[in-house]
Design a protein around this ligand. Structure first.
Ligand SMILES: Cc1cc2nc3c(=O)[nH]c(=O)nc-3n(C[C@H](O)[C@H](O)[C@H](O)COP(=O)(O)O)c2cc1C
Length: 220
């Protein structure tokens, strides 16, 4: 009973960074969601496939705040000036989720659409915080875990930079034995171990969120 009450509003968003819908990244995210559900059936999951969305690159638009260093989103209301694509929609879905799991394939090194998402998130958080001391970043502290996948190479070229950007974007990256847990799903779903690891990652994100919720409920 208590468990249901604790988790009724928890939602995890999965983001598939591949240009191929329903491929390995999709299956690894589904495995992660199985781990979530095994941990707690009440947690909601939603999967967003970037292949279905358009994300244009950052325009490096001039803001009038300080030429070159800060761009348009540095100014209130800290919105990206590009309106004719899906960035804002995806950003708001990230804001609404309690936790996020991304799966990104090795595209020597990272799919350009995923990079465009990072560019635009980074510029909002970086330039807005520099220019506006009252700026509140809505993704701060949100748990985010990463799965990298590939045909046969190590996905360190995906995981290393993405872990760094997750940190710069102020996400909390769930840990095991005090070490950030991400999955190098080299070889994709051909290797059943990768599906197991993805499941373990899903379960870790779920556990992190349930613990958080219980702590928040106690402090109410
Ligand atoms: C542009 C591009 C570059 C790639 N480079 C590599 C690579 O260097 N090493 C590798 O093992 N796989 C590479 N791959 C293969 C993908 O990482 C692999 O097929 C992955 O499973 C794709 O994920 P998906 O099934 O979700 O689309 C590349 C794929 C693309 C499209």
């Amino acid at each position: 009973m208590m468990k249901n009450k604790t988790t009724e509003t928890i939602k995890i968003l999965g983001i598939n960074g591949s240009q191929r819908e329903n491929g390995s990244s999709y299956q690894l995210l589904k495995a992660a969601f199985n781990g979530v559900k095994e941990e707690n059936k009440i947690i909601e999951t939603e999967l967003l496939q970037l292949a279905n969305f358009e994300i244009k690159p950052c325009l490096a638009c001039y803001s009038g705040v300080q030429k070159v260093k800060y761009y348009g989103c540095a100014k209130k209301p800290h919105k990206c000036i590009i309106k004719n694509d899906d960035f804002e929609n995806i950003f708001q879905q990230m804001v609404k989720a309690d936790g996020i799991i991304v799966c990104v394939p090795l595209y020597t090194p990272i799919p350009s659409k995923f990079i465009a998402l990072i560019e635009r998130l980074m510029m909002i958080v970086y330039s807005s915080s520099e220019v506006d001391k009252s700026f509140v970043w809505p993704l701060s502290g949100k748990p985010l875990s990463i799965i990298g996948t590939s045909f046969d190479n190590s996905t360190n070229w995906v995981l290393k930079p993405l872990r760094k950007y997750a940190w710069l974007l102020r996400f909390y990256q769930p840990r095991i034995n005090n070490k950030v847990f991400s999955v190098d799903a080299k070889g994709g779903v051909k290797n059943p171990k990768n599906l197991e690891q993805a499941k373990k990652l899903g379960s870790l994100v779920a556990k992190t969120l349930v613990k958080r919720k219980e702590r928040n409920n106690k402090n109410k």
